[in-house]
Every structure is written in structure tokens, then in C-alpha cells.
Design a protein around this ligand. Structure first.
Ligand SMILES: C[S@@+](CC[C@H](N)C(=O)[O-])C[C@H]1O[C@@H](n2cnc3c(N)ncnc32)[C@H](O)[C@@H]1O
Length: 207
């Protein structure tokens, strides 16, 4: 992401965070414990919402230097004690196999270069009984006006918004990767631009 985009990120997202994202993140993260990987942790929007358990081992992966430096500042200011910051992308996670109890992504699958490779990596690093927790903005329903506009604007939007794709069919990709979605909610992301409003959030497992 351009350094200006990274600098303004929290400011731009604040109304949306307050309108819905903080509540959704908190709900998704309330039960996490053990070894947890957040991919594309950005500026640390979810950091304050992790339970402060001594048994929590948090790994935050963020490949963008400008986002990662803000993330590091928030980690230093937090009272979480067991946190490691990684610079790896989702397509090549620096981890042994079957390591994490939970893998979390929020607003990341839209931006990765290779969503299929990323999901295979998540499968590889998750323990067999682990949970993949996702909160993503996605393609609108096929045949709708919104979906048509997502397609028309996508190229330009990607250039302006750090490779964010407006029309990723993330739910389909998660299932095609071999995950079983055990919980899913579909909701409009309030106080955001109409083309990024459709979202999914929930839990996927390997068995
Ligand atoms: C829209 S921001 C979301 C940040 C944060 N997860 C949040 O919820 O506020 C997208 C993030 O995904 C990161 N990202 C982009 N491509 C990535 C990749 N291949 N692997 C991991 N993270 C990636 C970006 O650097 C950016 O921090």
C-alpha cells in the first residue's frame, strides 16, 4: 500500500469500524486462545479485541512495510505480552505445518495476489482441529446492478486501494479449497462505499 494510504487507513476506516466492524471483529475473536495467526493484520485494527489470556500466543503477519510499522507501534502500546510480528505474505506463510489453533483474516482475501494459494497455505499451517475465521467484503450477488458496477470499477479500484478486488467470490474460494464453512453471516458493511458493502463473516474448519 502507498505510504499515504497506510497513513490515512485508520482515519478512512474509522466510521465503518465504529458502525459495525469493531462489533463483528470482537464477536469473531471472543473465543480464540492458544496459537493464533492473523494474516494481513494491517495497522492492528483487531489488536485490542483479542482476549488478554496468558495462554494466547499471537502471530501477526503483515507484508506491507508501511502498515507493519503502525502495527508494531500498536503492539508496543498494547498490554498483550506474547506477540510476534511476521513480514510474510499469505501465499508463503513462515510456519511449520499444523501449527495454529486459529487463523484470522479480515478484509484481506480481497487484496492478496493469489487467493487459492493463500487458502492452501492457511490449510497447511492450521492444526487439523483448528478454525479459520474470516471477515471479508465480497462480490455482490450475480446479476445485480452492484455486481455489474463492481466489475466495471474493479481495475481502477485495485490500483487505488492496494490491490483490493471488489468482486472476489471468497466464499466459493474457501469451499473450493476444501474448507467446511460451519458458521456464516452475510451483512452489509455500514458506513462504507456501496461497492464494498457486501460482506461475509464466519468460521471454516478442515473437518
Ligand atoms: C484492507 S487492509 C485490512 C487490514 C486489516 N486486516 C484490517 O482488518 O483492518 C488489507 C491488508 O492486507 C494486506 N495484504 C495484502 N496482500 C497480502 C498478502 N498477500 N498476504 C498478507 N497480507 C496481505 C495489506 O498489506 C493490508 O494490510
Amino acid at each position: 500500500m502507498l505510504s499515504l494510504g497506510a497513513l490515512l487507513y485508520d482515519k478512512i476506516m474509522k466510521p465503518t469500524e465504529q458502525a459495525c466492524l469493531i462489533e463483528w471483529r470482537a464477536d469473531l475473536l471472543k473465543g480464540v486462545d492458544g496459537k493464533v495467526l492473523e494474516i494481513g493484520a494491517g495497522t492492528g485494527a483487531s489488536l485490542a479485541l483479542y482476549p488478554n489470556n496468558s495462554s494466547l500466543e499471537l502471530y501477526l503477519a503483515e507484508p506491507d512495510h508501511n502498515m507493519r510499522s503502525q502495527l508494531a507501534e500498536k503492539v508496543n502500546a498494547s498490554n498483550l505480552s506474547n506477540v510476534a510480528i511476521l513480514a510474510c505474505p499469505s501465499e508463503a506463510i513462515e510456519s511449520e505445518d499444523n501449527f495454529y489453533d486459529h487463523v484470522f483474516v479480515s478484509l484481506v482475501c480481497c487484496s492478496v495476489n493469489d487467493v487459492e494459494a493463500s487458502l492452501q497455505e492457511i490449510k497447511r499451517v492450521m492444526k487439523p482441529g483448528g478454525r479459520f475465521i474470516f471477515l471479508e467484503h465480497v462480490a455482490a450477488e450475480e446479476g445485480t446492478k452492484r455486481r455489474k458496477w463492481q466489475g466495471r470499477v474493479n481495475f481502477l479500484w485495485r490500483k487505488l486501494a492496494g490491490n483490493c478486488h471488489l468482486n472476489r467470490e471468497t466464499e466459493k474460494h474457501i469451499k473450493q479449497a476444501g474448507f467446511i464453512i460451519t458458521e456464516i453471516k452475510r451483512e452489509s458493511m455500514r458506513k462504507s462505499m456501496p461497492l464494498v458493502r457486501p460482506t461475509i463473516r464466519g468460521i471454516a474448519r478442515l473437518s
